[in-house]
Design a protein around this ligand. Structure first.
Ligand SMILES: Cc1cc2nc3c(=O)[nH]c(=O)nc-3n(C[C@H](O)[C@H](O)[C@H](O)COP(=O)(O)OP(=O)(O)OC[C@H]3O[C@@H](n4cnc5c(N)ncnc54)[C@H](O)[C@@H]3O)c2cc1C
Length: 496
């Protein structure tokens, strides 16, 4: 099945059907209003729980509630499910797709892997045979292992020590309340860059540290609090697990057969007509008896609502009564990283014949990190290249052909002239996506975690919060999204 072709049940879930049939709609209310001043108020359709957002968090929450015998409706703004999991077809085989968002799963990501098993979605190992490419100050060096061969050996030693130091300090950060870490006040008052300036003397080691922050979070080290970085590292287990090369026991070890959006599509199929597309939620009102969720063209009444979207987007919904100050202020302070994912498709994975595994790391942008994302059978050859942080801010508003030219220039540096002549090239500018607002995850600048962190998951009356940003394990990843959906579903169930 092509993941881009919407399954039959999804096709049925159109806005037209929704507006026309099953619930009270803005359109219906407007037309009855036009018919005369005495028009009867339209009573919103009721369900037990409304879920806002059909990403992995929202769909998982909805499935667990449905499995518990509760009535649930998911309102999704886009005309597709999956959110940050979005796959485009690559060729005639339905399972050959390019993931424009999430791609990999790895060890200890137990909840996403359990969900995949439940849905019958399989994984396969990421291609990892051969050497990586390190490109530094205009010099290209193939290498193996985690640490790139920085030109000055003393920089390598310092980089290794610094990464280990971060892993060690991160262990002292409690995952469910990072603001209670012994050094929370100091660490949250500084950026990750400030920490690096204080603790990493060699500029090349500092630059390699910055590359790992950019590669993982698509922000510059100056953009995030050091406490937040420590929390994020601990939530994944270690920094090494986050940045590990494919096949080395980290987050990039496995690919998802059929693409990651396929997981969301299978979830949506289980929920059938309970998932309504094209329904951006604009207002949530609650009183002591119920909550009313108003999407652009429709209104639903419920006992509970789970808002499963990134915090910044949750802040764009209007709430009656207003949210507590801490929660509202939190939503103003969790900006997403800036990320363009580029995909270049070649007849063959020619780099493999040069003994390379398609992974490159570089101190020079705009594409600083690449990986081989060819289909399981290696045909066609596909490389994904990431433009992160400041580079993405510069490129995002350029015309597509200009972005392509600049990105391919990076590809050529790492893999030679053949890399400049892909059969196809496309990219996904996540900062342009109104219902995502940047990627891969909402991050916390200094001061946010200690001052506003307690508002991240705390329910507000009948409103529960989900989404990968609320996860205490694998925050920012699909695994975190699934965990957050399961946690929010359990919270709502306990209240019903
Ligand atoms: C380029 C990229 C690479 C990534 N790589 C990986 C990876 O390799 N492995 C990994 O595990 N994770 C990866 N991630 C992160 C992963 O995609 C996310 O952690 C996960 O998909 C988040 O799921 P979610 O349900 O929390 O949020 P989302 O996927 O953002 O879902 C939220 C949903 O809510 C909808 N929505 C928003 N506002 C409204 C509204 N007002 N009303 C109704 N609906 C609304 C959105 O359209 C969306 O469908 C990557 C992300 C990106 C972008």
């Amino acid at each position: 099945m092509s993941v881009n072709r919407r399954p039959a049940n999804e096709r049925r879930l159109t806005r037209r059907r929704f507006v026309a049939g099953t619930v009270a709609t803005g359109a219906a209310a407007a037309s009855s209003g036009a018919a005369g001043a005495a028009a009867r108020p339209v009573r919103p359709k009721s369900t037990e729980i409304v879920v806002v957002g059909a990403g992995l968090a929202g769909l998982t929450a909805a499935l667990r509630l449905h499995q518990a015998g509760r009535s649930v409706i998911v309102l999704e703004a886009r005309d597709r499910v999956g959110g940050r999991c979005f796959s485009r077809p690559l060729g005639p085989h339905a399972s050959d797709v390019a993931n424009m968002g999430a791609t990999w799963v790895g060890p200890t990501q137990d909840r996403i892997q359990a969900l995949m098993a439940e849905l019958g979605v399989r994984k396969f190992p990421t291609y990892s045979k051969g050497q990586l490419v390190w490109y530094e100050q205009g010099r290209r060096t193939p290498y193996t292992g985690l640490i790139p061969p920085l030109s000055d050996p003393s920089a390598i030693a310092e980089l290794v020590t610094s990464l280990a130091a971060i892993d060690n300090i991160a262990k002292s950060v409690p995952l469910d309340a990072p603001w209670h870490a012994p050094g929370a006040a100091v660490w949250d008052a500084m950026t990750a860059e400030t920490w690096a300036e204080q603790k990493i003397a060699h500029p090349d080691a500092r630059s390699a540290f910055a590359l790992s922050v950019e590669g993982v979070l698509s922000v510059e080290p100056r953009d995030i609090s050091f406490l937040y970085l420590l929390f994020y590292v601990h939530a994944a287990g270690s920094l090494e697990r986050l940045v590990a090369n494919a096949g080395a026991g980290g987050a990039q070890d496995f690919r998802v057969k059929g693409g990651t959006q396929g997981i969301a599509i299978k979830l949506a199929r289980r929920l059938g007509s309970k998932v309504l597309l094209g329904q951006p939620v604009r207002r949530i009102s609650q009183d002591r008896r119920r909550v009313t969720v108003a999407a652009e063209g429709a209104t639903l009444g419920a006992k509970r609502v789970i808002v499963a979207i990134p915090p910044t987007l949750a802040g764009r919904i209007a709430y009656t009564p207003a949210l507590p100050a801490l929660r509202d202020q939190l939503t103003q302070r969790v900006p997403a990283g800036s990320l363009i994912k580029t995909i270049a498709v070649y007849d063959t994975p020619f780099w493999r014949h040069q003994g390379l595994n398609g992974q490159a790391n570089s101190d020079q942008g705009p594409v600083k990190v690449t990986l081989d994302v060819s289909p399981h059978n290696g045909t066609p050859g596909v490389i994904a290249g990431f433009v992160d942080g400041e580079d993405a801010r510069v490129l995002s508003d350029l015309p597509a052909r200009e972005r392509r030219k600049l990105a391919l220039r990076s590809y050529v540096r790492y893999f030679g002239p053949e890399a400049g002549r892909p059969r196809r090239f496309f990219d996904q500018v996540w900062d342009h996506e109104a219902y995502t607002g940047g990627c891969p995850v909402g991050v916390m600048p200094p001061g946010v975690m200690t001052e506003y962190g307690p508002a991240l998951r705390a329910p507000v009356g009948r409103i529960h919060w989900a989404g990968t940003e609320t996860a205490t394990k694998w925050n920012g990843y699909m695994d975190g999204a699934v965990r957050s959906g399961e946690r929010a579903a359990a919270e709502a169930l306990a209240e019903l």
